[in-house]
Design a protein. Structure first.
Length: 372
């Protein structure tokens, strides 16, 4: 275990303890609690379970004092959001740096004619490439609504205010969610994928920048773009859905995501569901034209798929198999395509991504926001 990995684990453990202490003391009146599950760096938000006050507290006339304490807790609660954001940022940054350090050797040994052939053509138009990370805040609120946030809602100048008013009538709870939605969270899988993809782009001299989903603007957008995450985590994916075969679908009845296979080939399933079979994730990789460049989408059945998809794109053996599935050799141009990948999943980390299916996209229309 590296020193950086040890620091990340220690910071994560420290954060879990601090959150537990806060919600058992001055945060005891907060309507929503935050937990960091063991084995993950993503916070989980849930309504507080009601706990009956003891008879002794009521008999001693402590209720007014408790109300006063609750008012102070709400003020102190604002500070915990800042501390939480800072600690999660530190953990994510350390995890990212740990991956970059451990991945440098992998990247230096990953040279192959198939990787060269793919990456030298993906973004060969001379324009810089924007890597757009997912919005964990939007994903959490989508879970609350039991549906993805649409791109129209996401781009509305009132976002997220109008949605919060519609779905959370209680002013106190809405205030807490407003504080949360004003922060900028992304998944740890995105941090790993960003390091992996930007490291590979640097090797092939592809200029790249990293943009948070909420700060991304399609127009004017003269750049190439890499979109990370499924539609619930990255609403910009909606622009491409009508031309793709493998699309993300949220199932409210099971509260799980799955991939819909619109035109199954022989031996393929109609759907690919997260964690079916157990400890499995499914990633989608799509390469498409836009009005002013090209787009690479890395999504799937859950956020672990982002890790699996970025691994696949940077693995020499995997890319050789992709060439074979697309029916091309090293003398031919990389066509626009979409691919389905399966990987083992252990505590939100993907291992051994394998190609299930690949399709050449015949004459795809260049995607633009106006063409929706």
């Amino acid at each position: 275990m590296s020193c950086a990995d040890t620091i990340v684990r220690a910071q994560g453990s420290h954060l879990r303890k601090k959150l537990l202490q806060y919600f058992r003391s001055e945060g005891c009146e907060e309507p929503i609690t935050i937990e960091i599950p063991i084995g993950s760096y993503l916070p989980v938000f849930q309504p507080r379970k009601e706990q009956a006050r003891s008879t002794k507290e009521v008999d001693n006339g402590d209720l007014p004092a408790m109300r006063e304490k609750g008012q102070g807790a709400r003020v102190a609660g604002r500070g915990v959001w800042v501390a939480l954001a800072a600690l999660i940022f530190v953990c994510s940054w350390l995890g990212w740096q740990n991956w970059r350090l451990s991945g440098e050797r992998t990247l230096s040994n990953a040279h192959s004619p198939y990787l060269d052939h793919l990456w030298k053509q993906l973004f060969d138009n001379g324009r810089p490439t924007s890597v757009v990370t997912s919005d964990a805040n939007a994903m959490f609120f989508s879970d609350f609504m039991d549906r993805p946030i649409t791109l129209q809602e996401y781009q509305d100048p009132s976002y997220p205010g109008d949605l919060l008013k519609k779905w959370i009538p209680d002013p106190g709870t809405r205030g807490t969610m407003t504080h949360f939605m004003s922060t900028y969270f992304t998944g740890s899988q995105d941090g790993i994928a960003v390091a992996r993809l930007t490291g590979t782009a640097e090797r092939y001299k592809i200029p790249s920048t990293v943009v948070y989903t909420r700060d991304f603007r399609w127009e004017p957008q003269p750049n190439n773009v890499i979109l990370l995450g499924h539609q619930k985590a990255n609403p910009w994916v909606e622009l491409f859905d009508n031309q793709l075969n493998f699309t993300y679908e949220w199932r409210p009845e099971t509260r799980k995501g799955l991939l819909r296979n619109r035109r199954p080939k022989a031996g393929e399933s109609d759907t690919y569901e997260w964690n079916v079979p157990a400890s499995t994730t499914y990633a989608t990789i799509s390469y498409m034209p836009t009005s002013q460049g090209t787009a690479l989408l890395i999504g799937g059945s859950d956020m672990t798929a982002v890790d699996a998809g970025s691994q696949f794109l940077c693995d020499k053996d995997a890319i050789q198999k992709l060439h074979a599935a697309l029916g091309i050799d090293l003398t031919q141009k990389i066509p626009y395509f979409e691919a389905l990948v399966v990987a083992r999943r252990v505590r939100n980390i993907a291992y051994e991504p394998q190609l299930i299916s690949a399709r050449v996209l015949e004459h795809p229309s260049p995607v633009s926001q106006q063409a929706r």
